[in-house]
Design a protein around this ligand. Structure first.
Ligand code: BYC
Length: 308
C-alpha cells in the first residue's frame, strides 16, 4: 500500500477502507469533518430536546423523542467512523468539551417557540439532507456507508418538520404567524449552515479532489434555496430575503448575502448559547460516568469468565 495505490483508488472513484494506506492530510481532514459532524448530531439534540416535555400532544412528544434519539444514533455511527481512522471517541468528546473541535453553527440559535421544532425539521434537516446525500458517495468507506442510513432517517425528520409547519401555517392566524416567525429565525442560519462562500473555504478544493466532498458549499446552498422556496410557497410563508427572486436565465433563484460576520461569531462559539450547549453536554457526560464504569466492569468480568 502506497501513495500510488491511494491515488489510483481515488482516480478510479473507488473506496478507501480503514486498513488502506492513506496520506496523513486525508486522514486528518476526515477526522476533522467526521468529528465535527458527530458533535453536531449530539449537540443538535438540545434545541429540539428542550421541547419534548412541551410538545403539544402525546403523539408529537413521541415523534419528537424518536427524532432526537435518531440524532444520538447518528452521532454514534459517526464517532465509530472516526474511530476507524484511529482517533478514539473519548478523545473526540474531550475535544468537543474543551471547545477545540467545532459543531455546526446552526445549533447556536435558540428555540423559543414550538414552531421552531417544525422549522428545524424542515430547514435544518432539509439542509442536512442536501449536504449529506452526496456524502454517501464519500471516498472513505465507513463515512459514506454511515451516511446512507443517516440520510434515510433525516428524510423522515424533514417530513415531520414540514408537517408541523403545514399544520401551523394552515391553522389559526396566531399559529400561521408563529410559523412565519420560525421561518424568519431559521432561514439565514440554514443558508449559512453550508459553510463559508467557496472563495473563503480553505478545505473545499482538496476535499473535492479527494472525493470527500462532491459539491462545493455554494453549489449545495443554491440547490437548497431552489428546493426550499417552492416549499415555503406551499406553506404560504415568505423567506426573509427581499433579494430572493427566480432568475429564468440561470434557472435558479437569486438570493441575498448572508451575514457572514454573524456566521463567524457562531462558528467561534461566541455568546451565551454555546456555553449553555457545552455545559449541558459536559453535565450529561459526567452523569454517564457510572454507566461507562459499569459497562467496562461487566465487559472485564465476561472476559475473565470466558478466559477461565
Ligand atoms: N458550522 O473550508 P470549509 C444535523 C468551518 S447535524 C461550524 O468550507 P469544510 C442535525 C469548517 O469546519 C449535521 N463550522 O470546511 C442534528 C472549517 O473550520 P476547521 C451537520 C463550520 O469542512 C440534530 C472552516 O469553517 N452536518 O443534521 O470543507 C438535529 C472553513 O470551512 C461550518 C455536517 O456536519 C458550520 N456550519 O466544509 C437536526 C455535515 N461550516 O474545521 C439536524 C458534514 C464550515 O478547518 N460537514 N465550518 O477549523 C461538511 O459537509 C463540511 O464539513 C462543511 C464545511 C460543509 C460543514
Amino acid at each position: 500500500m502506497s501513495q500510488e495505490h491511494f491515488d489510483a483508488l481515488i482516480e478510479a472513484d473507488e473506496r478507501i477502507e480503514p486498513d488502506d494506506w492513506m496520506p496523513d492530510d486525508y486522514r486528518n481532514t476526515l477526522v476533522r469533518q467526521i468529528a465535527q459532524h458527530a458533535h453536531s448530531e449530539i449537540i443538535g439534540m438540545q434545541p429540539e430536546g428542550e421541547w419534548i416535555t412541551r410538545a403539544p400532544s402525546l403523539r408529537r412528544k413521541a415523534i419528537l423523542t424518536a427524532k432526537v434519539q435518531d440524532e444520538a444514533g447518528h452521532g454514534l455511527y459517526l464517532y465509530g467512523a472516526a474511530e476507524s481512522l484511529g482517533t478514539p471517541r473519548a478523545e473526540l468528546l474531550d475535544r468537543l468539551h474543551a471547545k477545540t473541535q467545532k459543531y455546526s453553527s446552526i445549533f447556536n440559535y435558540p428555540t423559543p417557540e414550538w414552531a421552531d421544532v417544525g422549522a428545524i425539521g424542515w430547514l435544518v434537516d432539509g439542509a442536512a439532507i442536501m449536504n449529506q446525500v452526496p456524502l454517501c458517495r464519500c471516498s472513505y468507506g465507513p463515512y459514506g456507508r454511515a451516511m446512507v442510513r443517516i440520510c434515510k432517517e433525516e428524510s423522515f425528520h424533514q417530513r415531520q418538520g414540514y408537517q408541523i409547519m403545514l399544520s401551523l401555517s394552515q391553522g389559526t392566524p396566531e399559529q400561521h404567524a408563529m410559523a412565519q416567525r420560525a421561518l424568519d429565525r431559521w432561514w439565514w442560519p440554514s443558508i449559512m449552515m453550508f459553510g463559508p462562500p467557496d472563495a473563503d473555504s480553505p478545505n473545499t478544493g482538496r476535499s473535492m479532489a479527494w472525493g470527500i466532498k462532491r459539491f462545493t458549499n455554494d453549489e449545495l446552498r443554491q440547490n437548497f434555496v431552489d428546493a426550499t422556496v417552492p416549499q415555503a410557497e406551499l406553506l404560504g410563508l415568505t423567506p426573509p430575503d427581499d433579494a430572493l427572486v427566480w432568475n429564468a436565465e440561470r434557472g435558479h433563484y437569486d438570493f441575498g448575502e448572508p451575514d457572514w460576520d454573524e456566521f463567524a461569531r457562531m462558528v467561534r462559539g461566541e455568546g451565551e448559547i454555546p456555553d449553555l450547549r457545552i455545559g449541558v453536554r459536559r453535565a450529561a457526560h459526567d452523569d454517564g460516568d457510572w454507566v461507562r464504569a459499569a459497562a467496562a466492569a461487566y465487559a472485564d468480568k465476561q472476559a475473565a469468565r470466558s478466559a477461565a
